[in-house]
Design a binder for this molecule. Structure first.
Ligand SMILES: NC(=O)c1ccc[n+]([C@@H]2O[C@H](COP(=O)([O-])OP(=O)(O)OC[C@H]3O[C@@H](n4cnc5c(N)ncnc54)[C@H](OP(=O)(O)O)[C@@H]3O)[C@@H](O)[C@H]2O)c1
Length: 176
């Protein structure tokens, strides 16, 4: 299969041919349709050994369900946290870290949710009930920040978005 693997020179990834993954019994084999680029994994690229697989978040279709019978069945459209190896045509993903994608959500949208979405969700859960509360989101144009703004608004909070560059951020925040 093809995969984006770590390279020693900028942009620190290269499209290479690698062996297909061999899922563990509790992992499903996912045919990847979309993946996201999180800040953490992109900034880590120069530190990775050349040729190593990377990529955290994946969306696609289950090609082969986990051998232990857990998780979604074959042909289910799913998103999840691969941990590594998501930037490839096939990814072995723990079945417990996969969720079915609702019909109205695209593959590209779903691929943004595992790392950034869960980080925003967990942060808001720590804050507890948000209804009627004031909430400040720093880095509001980022992957985590944009989802935090939407979750806060949907939870009934009065959300203030803090951005670095108002002019450059206007377009990215207009749809929120
Ligand atoms: N602990 C975890 O599990 C976990 C998981 C995910 C993320 N994180 C952390 O959460 C943070 C956000 O992650 P992300 O994926 O959302 O990153 P991101 O998409 O790159 O967003 C970063 C945000 O920070 C803003 N920013 C950058 N430099 C700034 C500065 N000097 N002053 C003010 N704002 C600045 C950016 O604004 P511009 O767009 O204007 O540059 C952007 O809105 C990162 O620190 C990341 O490491 C932690």
């Amino acid at each position: 299969m093809l995969a984006l693997t770590a390279a020693s020179a900028a942009p620190y990834v290269a499209l290479t041919s690698v062996p297909d993954p061999m899922p563990l019994p509790d992992q499903a084999l996912v045919r990847v349709r979309a993946f996201s680029l999180n800040r953490g994994e992109v900034t880590d690229l120069p530190k990775l050994p050349e040729g190593s697989m990377t990529g955290w978040d994946v969306a696609g279709v289950v090609e082969r369900a986990a051998a232990d019978g857990s998780g979604p069945s074959a042909s289910t459209r799913v998103a999840g946290l691969a941990g590594t190896g998501a930037w490839a045509q096939l990814a072995a993903v723990p079945a417990s870290r996969l969720a079915a994608i609702p019909d109205e959500v695209s593959d590209a949208q779903a691929a943004t949710l595992p790392t950034a979405g869960m980080t925003a969700l967990r942060s808001l859960e720590i804050a507890g009930l948000l209804l009627g509360k004031r909430m400040l989101v720093t880095g509001a144009t980022g992957g985590v920040g944009r989802i935090a703004v939407q979750l806060g608004h949907a939870s009934g909070a009065l959300v203030t978005a803090l951005v670095r560059d108002m002019a450059a951020s206007a377009g990215r925040l207009r749809h929120l």
